[in-house]
Design a protein around this ligand. Sequence first.
Ligand SMILES: [Zn+2]
Length: 65
Amino acid sequence: MDEQTHHPAPPGAENVVCSRCGAVAEGTPPTWTCSVENGRRHYFCEKCARANIRAIEGRLDSSWW
Ligand SMILES: [Zn+2]
């Protein structure tokens, strides 16, 4: 999985981006789901979390999304 992140992630900016649809939220909305995969945190918006809840709970690798 190659990374193509171009955002420098300035300190203090804690915006989270949905790992599935790319939606951006300020802070960490309680409705979002955080999944730790391969030591990295992935966030999913409310809609994507519902769509992928079984995959997240199954701890499937997200590289196929
Ligand atoms: Zn999403």
